[in-house]
Design a protein around this ligand. Structure first.
Ligand SMILES: [Zn+2]
Length: 249
């Protein structure tokens, strides 16, 4: 099979990318259909943050944790929650994509149409843009309360064992963000029996997306379950149709 990861969030109807900060020219392209037409294998497309979370689950901190949230710092900002060892996907594969939570009232205009989206402040795109405008130190100062509120929001939503800082951002940048979490405000995650820090760095780093996408194809072929844009009953792939019937039986 073929596993492919793309920046999210995915368009509801066509599996194309909505996120114009990342891939403007790919708006409206039905990637899944075109990939299916090009290769004679089962094809799976996943949001990059979910693929990376899957990679971290298999090759990184997932060794020891079954419930964690993977915060994906790429050109944009995304994330996925892992619950009981599985990526929580949601109805259209976008669950956990926090980049477009409007966290700053009347904040910066976002290509999605809203104002104050988290991704406008906390992403590689925002880092490069604001570093040129105000300098790196001022950017860290600017995003500190926003980042810390985002961490508390994720903890209250998903109750993870820890939040993993991953994605395409260099490890040095993620380490400096991690340093901002030394004295976080309270949340559901503030527990006396806590063994891990509330926020940790990814163990797999940028390879997590590729390794997660590849393993997605393997796991979906051998243990099929409906993926984004694909339902178990109406697939036109004979292998998948057979496998789904067998797995139901
Ligand atoms: Zn937005």
């Amino acid at each position: 099979g073929v596993g492919m990861a793309m920046p999210g969030p995915f368009d509801i109807e066509s599996m194309s990318c909505v996120g114009p900060t990342t891939m403007e020219q790919w708006r409206g392209v039905d990637v899944l259909a075109r990939l299916k037409a090009a290769v004679p294998f089962p094809v799976f497309v996943e949001v990059d943050s979910a693929a990376a979370a899957h990679g971290e689950r298999l090759y990184g901190i997932g060794d020891t944790l079954k419930d964690f949230y993977y915060l994906y710092l790429g050109v944009g900002l995304g994330g996925s929650a892992i619950h009981d060892g599985q990526v929580i996907r949601g109805a259209w594969g976008n669950a956990g994509e926090i980049g477009h939570i409007p966290l700053v009232p009347d904040g910066a205009l976002c290509p999605c149409g809203n104002r104050g989206c988290l991704e406008r402040y906390l992403s590689l795109e925002a880092y490069e843009r604001r570093r040129a405008e105000i300098g790196e130190a001022a950017w860290f100062h600017e995003i500190t309360p926003i980042f810390r509120n985002a961490i508390v929001t994720i903890e209250n939503l998903f109750d993870p064992s820890a939040i993993v800082l991953g994605g395409l951002a260099p490890r040095s940048l993620r380490q400096r963000l991690l340093d901002l979490t030394a004295d976080l405000p309270g949340s559901l995650a503030l527990r006396a029996d806590r063994e891990l820090p509330r926020v940790v760095l990814s163990k797999v780093d940028s390879d997590a997306v590729i390794r997660g996408a590849a393993s997605l194809a393997v796991s979906q072929v051998f243990t099929p379950r409906p993926a984004a844009g694909e339902t178990a009953g109406d697939t036109d792939d004979p292998f998948l149709r057979r496998s789904n019937k067998e797995s139901i039986a």
